[in-house]
Design a protein around this ligand. Structure first.
Ligand code: PLA
Length: 671
């Protein structure tokens, strides 16, 4: 008989139930924090128990990880390779082509040998299904224990987990895990198979096992608490009363003691305190204006005839005018004339067909993740809303403690978005991920899917592969921001390559999509937040939580822009027309890159300007310094961000020469 496989969460749960019976209680929260509490008998008061915290172990980071540790030994005349595969959360993948452990194994050892280093076809000699739901009784029965803490205040004793498995050579197999607190690193330090006891011994040092002391009840009696309360009240009375008498009556010495007048004035005193508090709330400090939107405001207020706005990344046609995509115009017309259209609320997670089409657009229609039903999405307030909802979700269900790493430089709004939900932001060196030498294990990392803002420099496919390796080895959570699909290369699929590559490698990740740029729907706020997860069950759970968050944040998303995108993405003819419109925009931008570079070279502007044409997407990171930018703004009425980023869409055949000459001027004259 085979019982169904039980997951890591399930075995934790069964453990918790067992311990409850033993007089221990534990809790596990959504972040995978397992807390142990023991009831301690108080000899004097028989019925009175108090909770004593033993340990809090953050198991979340050690779940869902497939560990594969391979050891090669010279055993003349052959070489023996021992491969130990461990996944605490779910059965190991079955490789049908090769000999592997049976289905339902969680910890498996495969021993092979080969004749020489060059031997490409090693022979399997032993397969040990060490732990899993496959022993004779069919029970994958974990036993969890906490090693008694050596001293009372130390709450970080190792966590011992024993897992039973199948049989090898008619002997029951077993894995003994010891999780030991190590705040510095996360790795398996010992991995030995004990032949006598048929046990695989694993010592795993991890920050996840570092106990945290939360509850320390000193056992103060109710009477003592009451006396302390009275003393505090008395101190407050005499303290406030004396302060009041001093301020109001300029009293000194014994006159400072509160007297009857104090009580007469007490209601006024309270009302004064309230007034003071309300006033201090009202005095909100003045915030600085937004760097990008303020440029547009200044540009609009400028009356100079040749003014140029290279600030916000919004497409303009060659006449410098905002461009409504012809396909968008057509669909809008159809929507207006559609008698069935109403202005009812959309569902909380948005228009279902829009979400499905968005998923297909970014992952590719034949993505295995879609087929396996492990993708879920929420319609959002454009790309910013997707970033926000993704950040909010991770701060609740991933961890509030881990930082998110942003490329240096990045879009000016990324940091505030993540800080707003309480996530700490840190930087990673964008151009040189290899020597950034940061200790970022377990963090979230934000990646620009294509057309990096502000640099316009994207990793090559080989560089993406190296980035994926780092992300895998450091166990980071990839957070893709995709605001420019179709703008980087002019090809929607090519611009989605990085995301699709990560999905293919099996990462769990999220993607923020914006239709502001590629549909020109800036003010319509059409966007989508997509999660790719490890299975359909996780997708359903994430979806339910997204709906809950969305409901309290915006209730439901706006309909008009999403309807336009929905119609275009779901209609082959309109889609083809959109691709054409997109191509028109991206090729005009490309032409402007060539034109700007040519003009700069023609006017002998010092420096190399190849990066203008090498960079892709909406922006160019010119390399101009803040003082040069200031002169461009003040003297030449050309608006761009202080970091030297220019929106290529702000250039046109009629202003490119003016912009190039102005750049030439500042490069030659401003340090
Ligand atoms: N992500 C990145 C990388 C972006 O550059 C932008 C827009 C967004 C998300 C959000 O766009 P959305 O909310 O409008 O969909 N960046 C602009 C505008 C174009 C801005 O700052 O809001 C920019 O000029 O950088």
């Amino acid at each position: 008989m085979r019982l169904p496989a039980i997951t890591f969460e399930e075995f934790l749960e069964s453990f918790l139930r067992e311990k409850l019976a033993d007089g221990m209680i534990s809790t596990i929260n959504v972040a995978g924090e397992l807390s142990f509490f023991a009831k301690e008998e108080n000899a004097k008061r028989i019925e009175k128990w108090r909770l004593l915290e033993i340990s809090v172990i953050k198991l979340f980071p050690i779940q869902y990880r497939l560990q594969n540790i391979t050891k090669e030994e010279q055993t003349p005349p052959t070489i023996t390779i021992t491969s130990s595969l461990i996944n605490l959360c779910e059965p190991l993948p079955i490789d049908k082509k090769n000999e592997t452990c049976p289905d339902g194994t969680y910890v498996c050892q495969i021993i092979t040998n080969k004749l020489s280093k060059e031997d490409k076809s090693p022979r399997v000699i032993t397969i040990r299904p060490i732990a899993g739901d496959l022993n004779d009784e069919g029970i994958f029965k974990p036993v969890i224990a906490l090693e008694p803490a050596s001293n009372k205040d130390d709450t970080s004793g190792p966590l011992l987990i024993t897992l039973n498995g199948g049989s090898y050579a008619e002997q029951k197999q077993q894995a003994n895990f010891t999780f030991i607190c190590n705040t510095e690193k996360d790795n398996i330090t010992t991995l030995e198979y004990n032949n006598e006891e048929n046990t695989l011994i694993i010592r795993w040092e991890t920050p996840a096992a570092c106990g945290q002391k939360i509850l320390e009840d000193k056992g103060m009696s109710g009477f003592t608490k009451f006396i302390i309360f009275l003393i505090i009240i008395a101190l407050c009375y005499f303290g406030f009363g004396a302060a009041y008498n001093y301020h109001v009556y300029k009293a000194h010495g014994w006159d400072l003691l509160p007297h009857l007048d104090f009580w007469r004035d007490f209601p006024y005193l309270i009302s004064d305190v309230f007034k003071y508090l309300i006033n201090s709330i009202r005095t909100v400090p003045l915030a600085p204006p937004d760097v990008i939107f303020n440029l547009t405001a200044k540009y609009k207020a400028d009356t100079f005839a040749q003014k140029v706005n290279l600030g916000v990344g919004a497409y303009r046609d060659d006449a410098g005018k905002p461009w409504v995509l012809p396909v968008v115009k057509k669909v809008e017309q159809a929507l207006v004339n559609d008698p069935s259209r109403d202005h009812e609320y959309l569902p909380i997670l948005g228009l279902p067909t829009f979400r499905e089409a968005s998923i297909r657009l970014i992952l590719g229609a034949d993505s295995p993740a879609i087929k396996e039903n492990r993708v879920t999405a929420a319609q959002t307030i454009s790309g910013t809303g997707a970033n926000h909802l993704g950040a909010l979700f991770l701060s609740r269900f991933y961890s509030k403690e881990v930082p998110i790493y942003l490329s240096n430089p990045t879009w000016a709004n990324h940091k505030p978005i993540f800080n707003n939900v309480g996530l700490e932001t840190r930087n990673y060196a964008y151009f040189n991920p290899k020597d950034n030498g940061l200790d970022i294990d377990g963090s979230i990392v934000l990646l620009h899917a294509c057309a990096h803002n502000p640099t316009g420099v994207d990793p090559t496919q080989d560089q993406w592969k190296a980035i994926a390796d780092v992300i895998e080895s450091k166990k980071l959570f990839p957070f893709f921001d995709c605001a420019y699909q179709g703008f980087a290369s002019g090809d929607l699929d090519r611009d989605a390559w990085a995301v699709r590559y990560f999905v293919e490698r099996g990462f769990e990740l999220l993607i923020c999509q914006s239709y502001a740029k590629n549909f020109g729907l800036y003010g319509q706020r059409a966007g989508c937040l997509t999660f790719v997860l490890k299975n359909s069950d996780a997708a359903a759970r994430v979806s339910s939580q997204l709906a809950k968050l969305q409901r309290s944040e915006i209730s439901n998303p706006p309909a008009h822009g999403a309807r336009i995108v929905d119609r275009v993405l779901n209609n082959p003819e309109l889609y083809a027309e959109w691709v054409e419109n997109l191509r028109e925009m991206s090729s005009r931008i490309k032409n402007m890159r060539d034109a700007l570079r040519d003009c700069l070279i023609k006017s002998n502007t010092p420096g190399n300007w190849d990066h203008i044409t090498n960079q892709i997407g909406m922006f160019s990171f010119t390399g101009l310094k803040a003082p040069q930018v200031a002169v461009l703004k003040e003297k030449f009425h050309i608006y761009l961000t202080d970091n030297g980023r220019i929106s290529m869409a702000g250039l046109s055949t009629s202003n490119v020469e003016y912009v190039a000459n102005s750049i030439n001027h500042v490069v030659n004259n401003v340090a």
